[in-house]
Write a new protein. Structure first.
Length: 154
């Protein structure tokens, strides 16, 4: 496990289209979509750039799941990576530790799985600040303190 964890902000959707947070929570992982690496997107967030970010996730790193909401990003869930990134299956297994209160209510209403023992935090939005790809990071304490606090501190 890392002595100084890194911090990652990841998307809540499969390939930017289909909501998958309930699947991530149920299966205790976050999945980096397996689109072909030649697929290009705008803003320097090609699939290959995102895969390279994904490969750097290590056990002990912190994961925040976000959803874009206009010019803001909504923080939905927080967790700690249990494993290093798995390139064969493009997933990292996560110990989910916290969930936004409104997301918990929505999952309950839809009768979907919610892991036991989660800390519930008030809904949280942060300025989008370019968080438009499936994965952003690696953020570090000492370099990105205010940004990390705004997302990860309970």
């Amino acid at each position: 496990m890392n002595i100084q964890p890194k911090y990652w902000v990841v998307g809540a959707e499969w390939g930017g289209q289909d909501e998958a947070l309930d699947v991530f929570l149920q299966r205790d992982y976050w999945y980096c979509h397996a689109t072909e690496p030649g697929n290009k997107s705008l803003c320097g967030n090609s699939i290959e750039v995102q895969r390279n970010r994904f490969r750097r996730i290590k056990a002990g790193d912190r994961i925040a799941v976000k959803r874009m909401n206009g010019n803001k990003a909504r923080i939905l869930a927080l967790g700690i990576a249990k494993t290093d990134a798995d390139e064969r299956e493009w997933r990292v297994y996560v110990d989910w530790i916290a969930l936004a209160a409104d997301i918990k209510a929505k999952l309950e209403q839809e009768n979907l799985h919610i892991p036991n023992g989660l800390h519930i935090f008030p809904p949280r939005e942060i300025p989008l600040q370019g968080l438009t790809a499936s994965i952003h990071g690696e953020y570090e304490l000492g370099k990105h303190d205010e940004f990390i606090r705004s997302i990860f501190y309970l």
